[in-house]
Design a protein around this ligand. Structure first.
Ligand SMILES: N[C@@H](CCC(=O)N[C@@H](CS)C(=O)NCC(=O)O)C(=O)O
Length: 217
């Protein structure tokens, strides 16, 4: 059965890869699993039908027969478990790849989201200018640690894995801020992720939704 995921009907970034269905599309592309996409509006995301799939009223969701999942970490893990290509066969290496998936969403993504919130949602507050350097330094602290661990390796732990897919996806959000460029090995790591044919296909598929919509309007 072909899985169906949900994605923004109108993405705030116009389909340029920042919405989180990108990482799920990327995982599908890496393992060669076809998928379908059901666009949802912001209003529909908060209505009962979508809330039954996603208790927090967000995208993406994943449906396959009776199975409904939410949370990109869980969805990518589910895809990686069922298909070859994203998790190593060796038990230890597999556990470490899963560890990097958790690190991406649980340790690296939170300060990056905090920065996005500080700019987008709190930029007009009187205390925003004073707080921003503190928020940026929290991101730098995490990136420094990650940069030290990556060193001059190509990927986080041997061959490319779901751990890299999640970490690159999380770091991509920083590109417009310029902070990533302070850590050349991380910037190169992200560029290697973006250069993967599967990432390019995922990006193009997401963008096509919005370029087609704007041609039609
Ligand atoms: N932790 C969740 C976050 C999901 C999330 O924040 N999705 C965003 C789109 S990238 C969303 O639906 N935002 C709209 C909203 O929260 O109302 C995951 O990784 O799946």
């Amino acid at each position: 059965m072909t899985p169906t995921i949900t994605a923004f009907e109108n993405s705030p970034d116009g389909g340029k890869g920042l919405a989180r269905d990108t990482r799920v599309r990327w995982a599908f592309e890496e393992v060669g699993q076809p998928y379908q996409v059901r666009p949802v509006s912001f209003r529909a995301m908060k209505e009962p039908a979508h809330l039954a799939l996603h208790p927090f009223g967000q995208i993406p969701t994943y449906e396959e027969g009776d199975l409904a999942l939410f949370e990109t970490g869980a969805i990518v893990f589910h895809i990686a478990e069922r298909h070859a290509g994203l998790l190593p066969g060796d038990a230890g290496a597999r556990a470490r790849a899963i560890t990097w998936m958790f690190a991406a969403v649980n340790t690296v993504e939170p300060p990056i989201l905090e920065l996005a919130n500080a700019k987008l949602l709190e930029g007009d507050k009187p205390w925003s200018r004073e707080r921003l350097p503190l928020v940026m330094d929290r991101v730098r602290d995490r990136l420094k640690q990650l940069s030290n661990r990556l060193g001059d390796a190509e990927w986080l732990d041997g061959a490319f894995s779901a751990g890299d897919l999640m970490m690159v996806s999380v770091l991509l959000r920083l590109k417009p801020s310029g902070i990533l460029d302070e850590f050349p090995n991380l910037a190169a790591y992200v560029a290697r992720g973006e250069a993967r044919p599967a990432y390019k296909r995922a990006f193009a598929a997401q963008l096509a939704v919005f370029t087609a919509a704007s041609r039609g309007s």
